[in-house]
Design a protein around this ligand. Structure first.
Ligand code: F0G
Length: 357
């Protein structure tokens, strides 16, 4: 069929399940952009190029197809925003009714706007994502008739693992993969992809999985730092990177497995480092990523600084979501916008141009 050659469904043979109908918008097949810095093997996997602007679409195409397959009529998801936008889009395309449970006041504007546009039923709860997540888990268990689109649903991860397939096909196996961690599904999904490729003999090593969390929401990074197997959960996660503002990641066991089995690690970065990284990505590389995604670059710098990786290694940073997702984060950047009458423009432009440069 016409889906075969592109994106996620290009790897249909690696995705379990028999689908009567596949709900797809040609997600996946995202650009792997090499840094412009000469002599460096740093690549940015720009997941912002997916149909709704984040990597969630890779998982959603598989999970929503699976919901249709099993005859569910109603889907639900808790979300910090991107899962919501993606689930809403794929639910619309499949004709399924959707309920989203969101942490009130903590979802970036672009993501909330998308969920409204796609016609989702939106429920806001007081509290963090973790409260919303618990409500969805409860609904799923109590009601039985709702199909969950969060990443504890294994079909989501089957779609997301194609990030690894695409990277391996394009540049072989990197030394490290750096990925922002929130609910901790994606780091596992990517690792699973590489593990499968290793097992079927396509590749001969697995990259180190390096998870990045924001300081105020770093249950896994804190555990790794003190050599503990148990996350340091928090009831009050806080970070400017709202996508990963999560205190109790539902997939923590899987994430720990991916990190340990790949000889990886987890680090945390400050909000300030995240914002500086977001600016640097945009202003040096021309890539617009949302704060949670920029955390990967902040984390990369930290990993270099701490000697965890070196500059010569082949490293892929997963830029999970598009900058447009969170307009407020961009508008907070200090800038000078000139307000001029048309006749004043040329003089001022000349004044801004330093001829010695
Ligand atoms: N980056 C972005 C932009 C995200 O939206 C998320 C998760 C992550 C990274 C972390 O991925 O949860 O698999 O560890 N967003 C979820 C959501 C929680 O509801 O949109 P993870």
């Amino acid at each position: 069929n016409n889906l075969k050659g592109r994106g996620v469904w290009r790897y249909k043979d690696a995705i379990p399940g028999n689908y009567t109908k596949i709900v797809s918008m040609n997600e996946g097949g995202t650009p792997l952009i090499k840094t412009k810095e000469e002599g460096k093997e740093i690549y940015y996997k720009f997941e912002g190029a997916n149909p709704t602007g984040s990597f969630k679409d890779r998982g959603m195409t598989v999970a929503v197809s699976s919901a249709l397959n099993t005859n569910y009529k109603v889907v639900v998801a808790a979300s910090t925003g991107n899962t919501a936008a993606s689930a809403a889009a794929y639910a619309a395309r499949s004709g399924l009714k959707i309920f989203l449970v969101l942490p009130k006041g903590k979802v970036a504007l672009g993501k909330l706007a998308q969920s409204i546009l796609y016609g989702a039923n939106i429920i806001e709860v007081n509290g963090s994502f973790d409260v919303a997540m618990n409500s969805v888990l409860k609904m799923y268990k109590d009601l039985g008739i709702v199909y969950p689109l969060n990443s504890f649903n294994p079909w989501r991860l089957e779609g997301q693992k194609t990030i690894a397939y695409e990277i391996a096909e394009e540049i072989g196996v990197p030394d490290s993969i750096i990925v922002p961690v929130g609910n901790a599904g994606n780091i596992y999904a990517i690792w699973k992809g590489f593990k499968e490729l290793m097992e079927n003999g396509s590749i001969n090593k697995i990259p180190r999985m390096i998870g990045i969390q924001a300081e105020g929401a770093s249950p896994i990074a804190k555990a790794i730092a003190k050599g503990s197997e148990l996350p340091v959960f928090t009831n009050n996660p806080e970070t400017i990177a709202t996508a990963i503002r999560i205190g109790k990641p539902v997939n923590w066991i899987k994430a720990m497995k991916a990190i340990h089995n790949s000889n990886g690690t987890a680090l945390c970065v400050s909000d300030n480092e995240i914002i500086e990284a977001q600016k640097e990505l945009a202003r040096k590389e021309g890539i617009g990523a949302e704060p949670a995604s920029a955390a990967a670059l902040a984390g990369y710098k930290k990993a270099l600084h701490e000697g965890i990786i070196n500059e010569k290694e082949k490293t892929v940073l997963i830029l999970t979501g598009h900058a447009l997702k969170d307009p407020d984060s961009m508008l907070r950047i200090n800038t000078k916008i000139m307000s001029l009458n048309p006749e004043e423009i040329e003089k001022n432009v000349l004044g801004e141009i330093n001829v010695n440069n």
